[in-house]
Structures are given as structure tokens and as C-alpha cells.
Design a protein around this ligand. Sequence first.
Ligand SMILES: CC(C)(COP(=O)(O)OP(=O)(O)OC[C@H]1O[C@@H](n2cnc3c(N)ncnc32)[C@H](O)[C@@H]1OP(=O)(O)O)[C@@H](O)C(=O)NCCC(=O)NCCS
Length: 147
Amino acid sequence: MKVSFKKAKTEKDIKSILDYNIDAFSDSPDFKWTFEEIKKEVADGWELFSLNLDAEVLAAVFYKVEDDSLLTKNTAIKITHQGSGFSHAIKEFFEKVAREKGLKKIIHYCRIDNFRMYSLNESHGYKKTPRKLGPDGQVVEWMKTLD
Ligand SMILES: CC(C)(COP(=O)(O)OP(=O)(O)OC[C@H]1O[C@@H](n2cnc3c(N)ncnc32)[C@H](O)[C@@H]1OP(=O)(O)O)[C@@H](O)C(=O)NCCC(=O)NCCS
């Protein structure tokens, strides 16, 4: 079984990530996840990747470079594959990208009530900032400074 991250380059790629991961998108109320909204995110500079196990899409992963930071967010892991450590692979992916790009910080956004993500973030050395984002203040910001 092979884990990989694949960049969405075309509308067809975006559509296939949305189609194969629709449960995770609908279980991730942090952001608006329609095809049009995802296209807007991409137009706004977010790079979209799929996390794949062999040919299966397990999650959608976004990042964007801003100043000296890598801004990051992702959908939930596909429900059938939660509990297998795939979210650690996403964190490692973000860290590798940030280091390769010579960035100083990783910023991660997640929903205010995603407490399992809180533990995950803490275990990877992120600290929660006081910022609340999103239209209802439901998105919180985490920050990790790289050595
Ligand atoms: C929570 C989530 C990030 C975990 O990803 P995963 O790949 O399934 O993670 P795993 O169960 O393998 O655990 C990875 C880490 O997440 C954290 N975690 C997972 N389950 C946890 C729990 N019940 N309590 C606390 N921390 C937990 C831990 O840090 C864990 O690391 P460890 O196993 O080394 O201790 C992911 O499943 C997710 O986003 N789920 C949906 C969240 C949700 O409920 N969304 C809807 C409302 S926002």
C-alpha cells in the first residue's frame, strides 16, 4: 500500500478529489466545499493536493505560501481510514514543503471543535494563537515555528 500526495492541476483533478472524498468534505464544516468554492480557493492561491492510499483519495490538503509562512488546512480523513495515522502523514508533508521552501512558520487552520486535531497539532509542536477566523469565528489558528 502506497501513500502519496498528488497535486490537483486541472478542473478534472479537483472534481475527482471532491467526488472521491465527498464524505470528508461534507464532514468538514470549517470551509465551504462545493466545486465552485474549491475552485475559488485555488484561484485565491491555495494549492490543492489529494492524500492517496494507492488510487484511493483519503483527504484533500491545501497549502499556500504567505510571507515567511506556509498556510495549511485539510479535510477530515475519509471515515473508513480514520485511526490509522494518516493525519500524521499530512503534518509531515506540510513540514517537508515548508522546509524545502525555506519558510519559517507553518500556520494551520481547523475548526474550533475539532479537538482530535488539537491533540494532533500539539503533538507536532504547534501552539494555538488567539485568532478566530471564518464568518462565525469557528476556525482557529495554530502556529509552528521551524528551527
Ligand atoms: C481527527 C483527525 C485529524 C485524526 O486523523 P486520523 O488520521 O484519523 O488520526 P489517528 O486516529 O491515526 O490519530 C492521529 C492523531 O490524532 C490525534 N487523535 C486522534 N484521535 C484522538 C482522540 N480521540 N483524542 C485525542 N487525540 C486524538 C492524536 O494526536 C493522534 O496521534 P497518536 O495516535 O499518535 O496519539 C481526523 O480523523 C479528522 O479530521 N477527523 C474528523 C474531525 C471531525 O470530527 N470533523 C467534524 C467536525 S470538525
